[in-house]
Design a binder for this molecule. Sequence first.
Ligand code: CMP
Length: 146
Amino acid sequence: PKQQTLAVIKPDALEEHRESILKEIRDRGFSVSQLKETVLSRQMAEEFYKQHREKPFFSQLVEFMCRGPCLILILTKENAVEEWRAMMGPSDPDHAKATSPNSIRARFASDILHNSVHGSSNEQHAEENIRFIFGDISSDAELTSD
Ligand code: CMP
């Protein structure tokens, strides 16, 4: 069965690598069911990353995510949550380069904070993230282009 996940192209990657990342998403068989380009407010970013609130990097993370536009996508595919996470690679691009050199983070991320993309960590987070960003939408809608 098809599954949905929330993907974010972060401000560091959107400017320079937008087209490469979108092409790769489509080449790997994901459908882009919704997409939204937006500058997150501080409040949105804090809520989106609330599970990291206690982490030492939380304020840097929020600052970074709000510094320019993000492209936020709903990706649909079988096993989309896991597939998108595999395609992103590990959070730390140094680790990504060593273990998954073809991953997006290995190729486009500069460090563990500025790591180019985000993906929901499991199905429940995916549902929550999608509702948080897009509200209650019909999950069957598919865009044919961006
Ligand atoms: P993401 O997968 O979006 O989820 C949490 C984000 O926090 C992560 O990508 C990075 O952008 C950031 N992050 C995770 N670990 C660290 C760290 N050790 N130092 C700085 N930023 C981090």
